[in-house]
Design a binder for this molecule. Structure first.
Ligand SMILES: [Mg+2]
Length: 339
């Protein structure tokens, strides 16, 4: 019978033949176990993002080895919320043990879960865009092919970016209440997998008659803006699935959150909104689409409405509070001349 304390992180790491086991006594006299990692790269592969997990994992293992890194692969549970928490806890433990680079292989939800763990640690995040929308990867210029994305991740060119926190959950791209969350909710996983962003568009059509709500939006503690709107979105990435631009001034490193109040009225309003988005978001601004910037955004609605954070549905609610975290995450991006 083993008297060693249970440590799921140490077990997972040592089970993959990476790292050195260290036994020590904690201040209260109990034996503790930890792992020391050097040249360790962690891969967090979303279970839902790829149907060829074994192939992806083997390729990552080969490329990591050829670059002189020891790869560790993290498995998550099937429940998305629990999975994100699991990933954040495991990633943080690996970084504390010495891992300096973590690949998020999946969509924006996977990137957000890894970002939450890495923020403020100095360890770097690399992205393998295997999701549906991949808004963060698009904005950062990370290529979509596995080979090219791995080359960028191991390439060493880095950039500090902002993150945001919505009701305690860290995200990279965008969070929102109302229509945008309803579209995510209405897009079945199969549709997302089979059709990519087109899946969102199909679901969006079914939501166009969605109810508008009265929202109160308070920016940096100022006087509230009161609007009847279809959706309120807040983010550092302003592009939508498919590359359409909703918040053209949004930047990942400008120290500001961009806020969009989406309030089209009738067929003409929807046509104007569609025109704005298709033309890059800078045209035809007006009541159907208002833009603001702030560091801290409090949104209240007149009823429980759908909410999403980085394309993941969270429980419906009457409020959402979003706060900026400036330059807290180091990400691997292509060299400026990367094509
Ligand atoms: Mg910004």
């Amino acid at each position: 019978m083993s008297h060693r304390p249970r440590d799921s992180v140490a077990d997972r790491v040592l089970g993959q033949g990476v790292g050195e086991e260290v036994l020590h006594f904690s201040p209260c006299g109990r034996m503790a176990r930890s792992v020391v990692l050097t040249r360790c790269v962690a891969f967090v592969i979303s279970r839902t993002a790829t149907r060829q997990r074994d192939r992806v994992e083997q390729h990552c293992r080969d490329v990591a080895g050829s670059n002189g890194w020891d790869p560790i692969f993290l498995d998550g549970g099937p429940e998305e919320g629990a999975w994100a928490d699991d990933v954040a806890v495991l990633s943080r433990a690996l970084v504390a043990a010495g891992a300096r680079l973590v690949f998020a292989a999946g969509g924006d939800g996977t990137v957000g879960a890894c970002a939450q763990a890495l923020a403020g640690t100095g360890a770097s995040l690399a992205i393998l865009p295997l999701g549906t929308a991949n808004l963060a990867a698009r904005d950062l210029g990370v290529p979509f092919g596995l080979e090219a994305a791995l080359a960028v991740g191991f390439g060493g060119h880095e950039r500090l970016v902002d993150l945001a926190v919505a009701d305690g959950r860290t995200f990279v791209a965008m969070a929102g209440m109302g229509l945008d969350a309803a579209v995510v909710q209405a897009t079945p996983a199969l549709l997302k997998t089979q059709l990519g962003w087109v899946g969102y568009a199909v679901a969006g059509l079914s939501c166009l008659r969605g109810q508008s709500h009265e929202f109160e939006v308070r920016l940096d503690g100022g006087e509230p803006l009161i609007r009847r709107a279809q959706a309120i979105v807040v983010g550092n990435v302003g592009i939508l699935p498919g590359g359409f631009v909703l918040l053209p001034d949004a930047r990942l490193d400008d120290g500001l959150l961009d806020v969009g109040l989406v309030a089209p009225e009738g067929p003409v309003g929807w046509a104007l909104l569609a025109g704005s988005v298709l033309l890059g978001g800078r045209h035809l601004r007006g009541r159907h689409l208002e833009h603001y910037q702030a560091h801290h955004v409090e949104i209240r609605a007149d009823a429980d409405v759908p909410r999403e954070v980085d394309g993941e549905i969270v429980a419906p609610g009457r409020s959402l509070t979003v706060t900026l975290r400036h330059e807290v995450l180091t990400v691997r991006i292509p060299f400026p001349n990367h094509s």
